[in-house]
Write a protein of this length. Structure first.
Length: 624
């Protein structure tokens, strides 16, 4: 309802209230002189008050309707009970039904007033609400905050019991609806629509109320605001805040706190929103082991698994520093969660076997891998030892320890691999799935593309290059990659594994994540430069260096020998047209011998020959 409609409703109710009041007080004599005149004068008074103080600016929908309805129900039941008792005990009640009706109305009003007064007293706004007729000016002692989001989200933030809103002087709200301009939300004015952001910011600056921070309550990415605009705000010292992360698997201990928006969120697309119930059903009450727990993906796996109610968490990593950091974080955030940190290299088969036997995990997430394409290209033997032989060690030990589920984290570079890293991951996919047959352990392989902000990814590299003044280097202007944030990627991984675990039949193929549209790396570089308040090509140079060995212009998630079909929200299953051949022990032993001997040529030759057989589109080709 618009403001004019609200005013009309208020005036009409005032007119009706006077009529009802006189009827209740003086009986049903409608011929009473001056009845309508008094009612009209009362309505006129209400109109003057509305126009002067604009009481209709407070949206009706934020009144606690459930409380008022409960009060009305209680008063009505009281009136009905009294009517029955009075009919039996005191049949000559003066006024009859009118008295009971008046009592119901008065009781409802008093009960409502009692609760509203108690809440106002508790929130410390009772005197302020009775005396102040206009929104209070922003307190100069507090940092000023501008809220951007739905009106309902802003109202929930302003009334939240955590006291976050009281730490700021909220100068206004921007909502998606232009018709809400001028409304008041708990004393804070709606200054305009989100599309009027620049104009509102200019007005606040001119009025000496320039905000020190902007709180974005809306879902999804901030790309609609434009990288240049957000970069200008950051260069002016305006903090960009959010209340929660992009993807939340559970209510962590600090999930309600305001935090600085990360660069990865500013670059990301709208995340896939998932129901956490299937993941909680998979993890809750189970013993879970994560390899590569200190890495970008592994650490986020640990966080979301801890938030989903695991019975025990084992964190495995070969890096002492990374393992120490994630172990300390989990200990601080979920102190009640039983856990163990294990410094272990997945290439050490005996150590992995002993660890699995001791921990007896129900679910194993294998995220440990060498992932940097140029690095693995220069060290193919190390890539095979970690990505291929390490996967064999972990999967074999998990099966021997009686694990129910084994999940391998793979990559889009395993599709039509042109690099050693991609080839090792393609071999690891096939090798892991071999351990899923002939036993109780279910094996799932989850394949996805780049994640924003992961260790060694393009985003931290560009951030470092921009910080030192450029140039920003990229290999080719046409290079495209799929991107998603780390929390979203991990939530989809967990969702995919949970979905696979509930299926009666074993997985038919590799699970891939829907990653939206690919992004040109040069466009990513330009946006990152703009987000620092700089101009690409002027303040920061963008330099093309040429493709590196093993690098492709584009990546895919489904290979030529696979067919794709939707599995669940955000997950697609890529099923081989022809079942891939089994990797024989002799083939693996030969590859291992070459890797241990440091025979890089032999490793490359054997590895890519194996991958060609795995990618075969006919049974005859697979047997070659």
């Amino acid at each position: 309802m618009g403001r004019a409609g609200k005013i009309a409703a208020h005036v009409f109710l005032a007119f009706l209230a006077l009529l009802v009041g006189q009827v209740l007080a003086a009986g049903y004599d409608t011929a009473r002189p001056g009845l309508l005149t008094h009612a009209g004068l009362y309505a006129l008074s209400a109109l003057l008050v509305e126009l002067l103080f604009q009481l209709e600016r407070a949206p009706w929908r934020f009144v606690a309707a459930s409380d008022l309805l409960r009060i009305l129900r209680s008063a009505t039941l009281t009136a009905l009970t009294f009517s029955l008792l009075a009919y039996v005990i005191l049949p000559d009640l003066d006024g009859g039904g009118r008295t009971i009706l008046a009592a119901l109305v008065v009781q409802t009003g008093l009960l409502a007033a009692l609760r509203v007064g108690r809440r106002a007293l508790h929130e410390g706004v009772l005197v302020d609400a009775l005396v102040r007729l206009r929104p209070a000016p922003a307190s100069p002692a507090l940092p000023r905050l501008l809220i951007v989001g739905q009106a309902a989200q802003a109202e929930a933030f302003l009334r939240a019991p955590d006291g976050l809103a009281q730490r700021y002087a909220v100068v206004g709200v921007l909502t998606p609806e232009a018709r809400e301009t001028g409304d008041e939300i708990r004393g804070v004015c709606v200054l305009g629509a989100i599309g009027q952001f620049d104009g509102v910011m200019n007005q606040l600056r001119e009025g000496g109320l320039s905000p020190a921070a902007v709180l974005f309550l809306a879902e999804g990415p901030l790309s609609a605001f434009g990288a240049e605009r957000l970069g200008r705000l950051k260069s002016e010292g305006v903090r960009l805040l959010r209340r929660q992360g992009v993807v939340e698997m559970g209510e962590g201990p600090t999930s309600g706190a305001l935090r600085e928006i990360s660069l990865e969120e500013l670059l990301s697309r709208a995340p896939v929103r998932l129901d956490p119930a299937p993941v909680q059903a998979l993890v809750s009450g189970r013993r879970v082991l994560v390899t590569g727990a200190g890495g970008s993906i592994g650490s986020e796996l640990c966080r979301q698994i801890a938030a989903s109610g695991a019975a025990h968490l084992t964190l495995v990593d070969a890096s002492e520093a990374n393992l120490f950091l994630i172990d300390r974080e989990i200990a601080e955030a979920w102190p009640q969660l039983p856990r163990r940190e294990a410094l272990c290299d997945v290439r050490d088969a005996d150590r992995v076997t002993r660890l699995m036997a001791a921990e007896q995990p129900d679910i194993v997430f294998h995220a440990a891998a060498l992932k940097q394409v140029p690095m693995v290209e220069n060290h193919p033997c190390e890539g095979v030892r970690t990505n291929v032989l390490g996967t064999r060690n972990v999967a074999s030990a998990a099966k021997a320890a009686g694990a129910a589920h084994f999940a391998l984290i793979s990559t889009d570079k395993a599709v039509a691999p042109a690099s050693v890293m991609g080839a090792t991951k393609r071999a690891a996919e096939a090798l892991a799935r071999q351990f899923g047959g002939g036993g109780k352990m279910r094996v799932g392989v989850v394949r996805f593309g780049n994640v924003l902000g992961s260790a060694g990814s393009v985003v931290p590299v560009f951030r470092h290059q921009i910080a030192r003044g450029g140039p920003v280097t990229l290999t080719d202007a046409e290079v495209e990659r799929y991107f998603m944030t780390i929390p979203e990627a991990v939530s989809l991984v967990l969702r995919a594994v949970a979905q696979s675990a509930t299926d009666a039949a074993p997985p038919a193929g590799v699970l891939t994540l829907e990653m939206g549209e690919p992004v040109k790396i040069i466009d990513l570089a330009r946006r990152m430069i703009e987000l620092q308040g700089l101009v690409p090509g002027k303040d920061i140079e963008i330099r093309i260096t040429g493709l590196r060995p093993g690098e492709k212009l584009t990546e895919a998630l489904v290979d030529v020998n696979e067919t794709a079909a939707p599995k669940c929200d955000g997950v697609v299953e890529a099923t081989p047209i022809v079942p891939p051949p089994r990797i024989e022990d002799a083939v693996l032993a030969s590859l291992e011998t070459a890797a241990l001997a440091g025979d890089e040529f032999g490793v490359r030759t054997q590895l890519f020959a194996l991958v060609e057989r795995l990618r075969a589109t006919t049974a005859d080709t697979a047997r070659v």
